[in-house]
Design a binder for this molecule. Structure first.
Ligand SMILES: [Zn+2]
Length: 464
């Protein structure tokens, strides 16, 4: 790796500006001759001031970029695009047609939340007003969506004379893509593959993630590079136990879930397992207006997904208003409520936690990664109380974690999907905490990969 500041460069290069030894803020800069192309432009999560600073100050001039290639619609990959546009980016943003629609929903939602956060902070005169003021507006989000250019899967597309692009279905969420790029410079060509986020193998509903062919440079995610997910059978058995126990106590089952990706997979399996008698039949509610809108997009792209035949399936009811959700949550009947806020730090899940965290009849099922400082991580700790909304709450509800609902490949998936790519020149592992990336690096070396690196932020790789 070469320090960015010392380079005078003529060879094509990739510089890692985000999701380097971490899982947020995916952003990598490709330079070919005078062309500059950005892979993803994700929102950085972390402490508010740090995340905000990183999201609003780019290490390059956004106006100097020719284009963005977007892997998928999760906000850690697309959520900072409005800041890029706000600061002068005027090029096209290439992504699959489904990602165009889903990213439009995600950006509209995050700009709405940020607008509302700023209004609340200014009204109450909060000391956090500066931190909660939105880094971009709804107008920035709309102008970003105007720059989306849909590129279907498996289509060879010329980004410019120096760069060709082909998207392949990554099987992570609807529209997710592996970006296969061919860079031409000085009479030579270089193949660069960026996995974005890769899906799990053998999960019905989503497409299977692809086998990755050799490249000169492979930029690969490593979120769960050292983990093995629960099998579908183990997930069904564990969830069945939780649901039956809560039902026998007369309690509710709360499932905090990210609105895009995780919620659709969770609903798929709840319906499937209820139909097949693995789970007892209970009403299923979803408290997330964003998930309701996303469901419409998933429905439109039904051909890309394995849908269950409607016959015999339990129905799913989406709440639009918080009042309706509160009414059902306060009623005495057992039910399953899937609510937005995968790590419980925000979203509609908070209103249900307030109502049920101290109810020993209820169960909370965590199905997502829980960042160390999140409320979800607190819930998992063996402590009798938990703190949120400015007070301590008795934690009398059962808390269970089930890992298999992830849309990410685990170590076995990575090694199987990447095995055909062992002749790759160089692998750079991104989008993973160091222990996960290191475990995957070791596995890849044992598979015969000779050059596997875990770049730091600002590291640059030259293609020679
Ligand atoms: Zn993702």
């Amino acid at each position: 790796m070469i320090p960015y500041s010392t380079l005078t460069m003529t060879e094509p290069s990739v510089t890692f500006w985000g999701a380097a030894q971490s899982v947020t803020g995916s952003m990598h800069l490709i330079e070919v001759g005078s062309r500059r192309l950005l892979l993803d432009c994700g929102l950085v999560r972390g402490r508010r001031d740090e995340g905000r600073r990183r999201s609003t100050s780019f290490p390059f001039d956004p106006a100097s970029l020719d284009a963005v290639v977007l892997s998928h619609a999760h906000t850690d990959h697309c959520g900072n695009l409005p800041n890029l546009v706000h600061q002068g980016f005027r090029g096209p943003i290439y992504c699959t047609p489904a990602t165009c629609e889903l990213a439009a929903l995600m950006l509209a939602d995050s700009s709405r939340i940020q607008d509302e956060g700023a209004v609340v902070a200014s009204i109450v005169g909060s000391a956090d007003a500066e931190e909660t003021s939105h880094p971009y507006s709804r107008g920035d989000a709309r102008r970003t969506v105007d720059r989306f250019v849909p590129v279907p899967y498996e289509t060879d597309f010329a980004v410019c004379d120096e760069v060709r692009l082909r998207f392949v279905d990554a099987g992570h969420i609807l529209g997710s893509a592996v970006s296969m790029l061919t860079l031409s410079h000085g009479g030579r060509t270089h193949r660069v593959t960026f996995t974005g986020d890769l899906g799990r193998r053998g999960v019905p509903f989503l497409s299977s993630p692809p086998q990755i062919p050799p490249a000169d440079l492979l930029i690969c995610e490593s979120t769960y590079g050292g983990r093995r997910h629960d099998t579908l059978e183990a997930m069904a058995a564990k969830l069945g136990q939780v649901v039956r126990a809560a039902l026998s106590r007369g309690g509710k089952i709360l499932i905090p879930s990210f609105s895009l990706g995780r919620t659709q997979v969770v609903l798929h399996f709840l319906q499937l397992w209820m139909r097949d008698g693995i789970l007892p039949r209970l009403p299923i509610y979803v408290d997330s207006p964003l998930a309701a809108n996303i469901a419409l997009v998933y429905h439109r792209y039904g051909d890309a997904l394995e849908h269950l035949p409607a016959a015999g399936l339990p129905s799913v009811h989406y709440f639009r208003s918080p009042e309706e959700a509160r009414e059902v949550s306060m009623a005495s009947e057992p039910c399953i409520i899937v609510a937005s806020g995968g790590m419980c730090d925000g979203g509609r899940i908070l209103q249900h936690l307030r109502l049920h965290i101290d109810d020993p009849r209820c169960s909370i099922v965590l199905v997502s990664y829980q960042a160390p400082q999140s409320l979800g991580a607190q819930l998992l700790q063996r402590r009798p109380t938990v703190r949120f909304h400015g007070r301590q709450w008795n934690k009398w509800a059962e808390v269970v974690s089930i890992s298999g609902f992830s849309g990410h490949a685990d170590q076995d998936d990575f090694l199987a999907l990447l095995a055909p790519a062992a002749a790759t020149g160089k692998v750079c592992l991104v989008h993973g905490e160091p222990p996960q990336a290191m475990a995957l690096a070791e596995g890849l070396r044992q598979l015969g990969f000779t050059d596997v690196a875990i770049p730091s932020r600002q590291d640059r790789v030259c293609l020679t």
